[in-house]
Design a protein around this ligand. Structure first.
Ligand SMILES: Cc1ncc(COP(=O)(O)O)c(C=O)c1O
Length: 445
């Protein structure tokens, strides 16, 4: 049955999800942080991502408050939403940045983050990326294997640069979330296994260019329970004692990763009070700066994807609503069976019945919702897909040669285009239409 296929049950009342997103319904239809979404859809067309700076700021300050009991730095996980306008909002709040590629490093610098407030994570950083990191004098570079650490040492020596290193440990803690985004248990690709950490310390001690500044972990994404943080921190504390005993005297920070879950459906998301207790109480006595790397928590609720209903059809005993957003715009439902609330931009109080909300892409897996109770919306009406601010646009693609959606940022009652819709001709402008001409044929060496 289609409805049963979705991982999370939908709530009958989306009120709490909408409140967290700064969404209200009034005479002008659905408004986000005071701005009618219909007016944005009229001006920009659809699909269009809309983010609220007010909501992002509110989330940042709530987390900042939860961590007030320890010296800390909130490094926004740029992978979750790398739009420069969004990055600037977070930088202005005082955030640092957490990155996983050289491309993200260039973005973070372009958005104005101070290099010393940047953490570079990632399981497979290339030599060129390590070089860029070393040249940029980042807050720390989190290594994920002994070989990567050796390579970082070589790069530091070549450049004559001092590099602050974090060892991202695999704490072997299993957090309850989708298996694709669970990253802290043993037997997966992330982190240095605990029994190799002292070897890493020895490598660092032998290279005067490397300073072991941080012990790090990241447990996974969309964690709604604080218990795994407490378990992971307990393991980090043991390792920190061991690495200090092994002579790591430059250690000044501990990085507990991101992963704080948000409310998509009935689940309330992480409880900040419980998170604070799990984090602050055990870490305070260490006297280290606590780094956190949240992405989804800061921006997930702050974004919606606007889409327009194109057609309806009844087939095989089911009703379909075909919209102009697709899996290339928002991959999460197809990839993880993730559940996103979908609401009308101009509610009309109609009866609901279950439908599959699907996009125009030529894949049966191209759906945004399955068996979802929805009002009987007509072609031309707009819908808002909630909780689309994190891992939305950044995971979008040009599949089926579709230009990626426009992005808009709401601030102080006004809205601004922070990325225009992609022009389809631009997508293939650099491709060779006649690849076998003498100038374009590659020659064997
Ligand atoms: C190393 C690291 N830090 C932070 C994050 C951000 O996670 P989230 O958006 O769930 O907070 C991720 C996400 O996969 C990650 O891999």
């Amino acid at each position: 049955m289609a409805g049963a296929a979705e991982m999370m049950p939908g709530p009958s009342d989306l009120g709490p999800v909408m409140a967290e997103a700064g969404l209200e319904t009034g005479v002008l239809g659905l408004r986000m942080s005071g701005v009618p979404l219909a007016s944005i859809a009229d001006a920009m067309g659809t699909p269009t991502y809309v983010y609220s700076a007010d909501v992002i700021e509110r989330r940042y300050h709530a987390l900042d408050q939860a961590l007030a009991g320890v010296p800390h730095r909130i490094c926004f996980a740029v992978k979750s939403n790398s739009n420069l306008g969004v990055l600037r909002v977070l930088r202005d709040c005082g955030a640092g940045a957490d990155l996983v590629s050289g491309g993200e490093l260039k973005r973070a610098l372009a958005a104005g983050f101070a290099p010393e407030h940047i953490v570079f994570s990632g399981v497979g950083k290339s030599r060129a990326e390590l070089r860029l990191a070393a040249e940029s004098a980042l807050g720390h570079v989190n290594v994920e294997s002994l070989e990567e650490l050796q390579r970082l040492g070589e790069v530091a020596n070549e450049l004559g640069a001092e590099v602050r290193v974090g060892i991202r440990v695999n704490p072997d803690v299993t957090a309850e979330t989708h298996p694709y985004i669970s990253t802290g248990q043993g037997g997966i690709k992330f982190g240095v296994p605990a029994d190799q950490v002292l070897k890493a310390v020895e490598i660092i001690k032998k290279n005067p260019r490397l300073k072991l500044s941080c012990i790090a972990m990241h447990l996974g994404s969309q964690l709604v329970d604080a218990t795994p943080y407490a378990e992971g921190i307990a393991r980090l504390l043991k390792l920190i004692a061991e690495v200090r005993a092994a002579g790591a005297h430059d250690l000044d920070s501990v990085d507990i990763g991101g992963g704080l879950g948000i409310r998509y459906a009935g689940d309330p998301g992480i409880d900040l009070e419980k998170y604070s207790a799990a984090v602050v109480t055990p870490l305070r006595p260490l006297g280290l700066t606590v780094y956190v790397e949240p992405g989804r928590y800061l921006v997930g609720s702050a974004g919606v994807l606007l889409t327009e209903v194109m057609y309806r059809k009844h087939s095989g005993g089911k009703d379909f609503v075909i919209v102009d957003a697709a899996m290339n715009d928002l991959l999460r439902p197809s990839l993880y069976r993730a559940w996103h609330g979908i609401v009308e931009v101009t509610p009309k109080g109609r009866a609901v019945k279950p439908v599959d909300v699907v996009g125009p892409i030529c894949e049966t897996g191209d759906f945004l919702a399955l068996g979802r109770p929805m009002p009987e919306v007509e072609p031309g009406e707009r819908l808002a897909i909630l909780g689309a601010g994190a891992y939305g646009f950044v995971m979008s693609s040009n599949y089926n040669t579709r230009g990626r959606a426009a992005e808009v940022l709401i601030r102080d009652g006004g809205w601004h285009v922070v990325r225009p819709r992609e022009d389809v001709e631009e997508l293939f402008r650099t491709e060779a239409v006649d690849p076998f001409t003498p100038t374009t044929v590659g020659k064997p060496k």
